[in-house]
Design a protein around this ligand. Structure first.
Ligand code: PBG
Length: 345
C-alpha cells in the first residue's frame, strides 16, 4: 500500500472543517439552537377514562381530561411553554352545523378549565378554532349544497373563540382558513372584554396529505371521505394550494392586518421556504406546525430500523428553526425536551 502523501504546495488558509472537530467546538459555532422553550405540545383529549393509542401516530395517545392535565404539567416541568389542545368529539355530539362547538360544557372547555385550574398561567393553553371536530362531515366550516360557507362560518367561529376564551384558553388558533376570520374573532373577543386573549393564525395552512394521521386521531377521516364520495367540497376549497408562495404572503399580511398576534405555517418541513419568506418579510412571531404525517413518517421509518428516529426528530426540528420559525408545534415535543435535557426519553 502506498503511503498517503501530504501534497506540497499551497494549503487552504480557511479550513471550515477546523471548527467541526470537537463536539464543544461545534456547539460553540452552532448558528441555530433548539430548546424545549421553542416547542408546543399538541395533545388529543377524549371523553374516555383511559388513554388510547393513535394507530397511525406511534407514541401519541388520545388522553382523558386527567391525562391532558398531567401532560401539561409534565410539559411545563420539561420547559415546554405551551400545549395545543385538540378534542376527539363523540359522534353523538356531532351535527352538520357543529353546534356543540359553542357549548361551554363541551369536552374542550372542560379540559381547558381543568388544565387552567391545575396550572394557572404557568402553561400556555392554545385552542384550535374550527368546526371539524364537531361536524358530521368533518369540514372546518358550515356546509351548504356542497359548499363551505365563508361569512356564516366566520360568525360561528367568532362565537367559538369567545366560548374558548371564557373557558380559560390563552391563545385561540383559527385553523379553518376562512377569509376574514381573524378580524371577526378579534372583534368578538374584544366585544366580550377578552382583549387579553391572543390570536395565533394558521395563516398559511396548505391542503396537505400530511394531515392524514391527525384526522385518524380525531375520527374525522371517515366523515371527510364520505363527504368527498358524495361530491361535496373538499378542503382544497379553503386550504392553500401547495404550489403557492405569493398567496401565502398575502394570507399572512391579511391576518396581521386583521389583528393576528402570531402566524403559523403548516405543514413545516415541506414548507420551509414559506416559513423563511414569512419570517424575513414580516418579522413577526412565526410558528411552524410539524404535522401528524411528518411525525408518522419518522416514527414509521424508525420502527422499521430504517433511520434513527431520535436523530431524525432533532434534525427536522433544528431545520425548522433554521428556516426562521420562532416556535414549533410538534408531537415530538416531550421526547425531544427530555433528550435536550440529557435524560432518557
Ligand atoms: C383542523 C386541523 C387539522 C390539523 C390541525 N387542525 C387538520 C385539517 O385541516 O384537516 C392538522 C394537524 C396535524 O396533522 O397534525 N382544523
Amino acid at each position: 500500500m502506498t503511503e498517503v502523501q501530504r501534497p506540497l504546495g499551497s494549503y487552504p488558509t480557511t479550513r471550515l472543517r477546523r471548527t467541526r472537530q470537537h463536539a464543544w467546538l461545534r456547539a460553540l459555532v452552532a448558528e441555530t439552537r433548539l430548546s424545549a422553550a421553542d416547542l408546543i405540545w399538541p395533545l388529543f383529549v377524549h371523553e374516555k377514562d383511559e388513554a388510547e393509542p393513535v394507530g397511525s401516530m406511534p407514541g401519541v395517545e388520545r388522553l382523558p381530561i386527567s391525562g391532558v392535565v398531567k401532560a401539561a404539567t409534565e410539559g411545563a416541568a420539561l420547559g415546554i411553554p405551551a400545549i395545543a389542545l385538540f378534542p376527539v368529539i363523540d359522534s353523538q355530539h356531532k351535527t352538520a352545523d357543529g353546534g356543540h362547538a359553542l357549548d361551554p360544557e363541551n369536552l374542550t372547555c372542560r379540559a381547558v378549565r381543568a388544565i387552567r385550574a391545575a396550572t394557572g398561567d404557568a402553561v400556555g393553553i392554545i385552542c384550535d378554532v374550527a368546526l371539524d371536530p364537531y361536524t358530521t362531515h368533518g369540514h372546518d366550516g358550515l356546509l351548504e349544497q356542497g359548499r363551505i360557507l365563508n361569512d356564516e362560518t366566520v360568525a360561528v367561529l367568532s362565537q367559538q373563540a369567545v366560548v374558548l376564551a371564557e373557558a380559560g384558553c390563552h391563545v385561540v388558533a383559527p385553523s379553518d382558513m376562512m377569509d376574514g376570520r381573524v378580524g371577526g374573532i378579534r372583534a368578538a373577543l374584544d366585544a366580550a372584554d377578552r382583549d387579553d386573549v391572543s390570536i395565533l393564525a394558521y395563516a398559511a395552512k396548505y391542503a396537505s396529505a400530511f394531515y392524514g394521521p391527525f384526522r385518524d386521531a380525531l375520527g374525522s377521516h371517515a366523515a371527510l371521505d364520505t363527504a368527498k364520495a358524495l361530491g361535496v367540497a373538499d378542503k382544497k376549497t379553503y386550504q392553500m394550494d401547495p404550489a403557492n408562495t405569493a398567496e401565502a404572503l398575502r394570507e399572512v399580511a391579511l391576518d396581521l392586518d386583521e389583528g393576528a398576534d402570531m402566524v403559523m405555517v403548516k405543514p413545516a418541513l415541506p414548507y420551509l421556504d414559506i416559513v423563511q419568506r414569512v419570517k424575513t418579510t414580516f418579522g413577526v412571531p412565526t410558528l411552524a406546525y410539524q404535522v401528524s404525517g411528518e411525525y408518522a413518517m419518522i416514527q414509521a421509518a424508525a420502527a422499521n430500523g430504517w433511520l434513527d428516529g431520535e436523530r431524525a426528530a432533532l434534525e427536522s426540528l433544528v431545520a425548522i428553526r433554521r428556516s426562521g420559525a420562532d416556535a414549533i408545534l410538534s408531537y415530538f415535543a416531550p421526547r425531544v425536551a427530555r433528550l435536550l435535557a440529557g435524560s432518557t426519553p
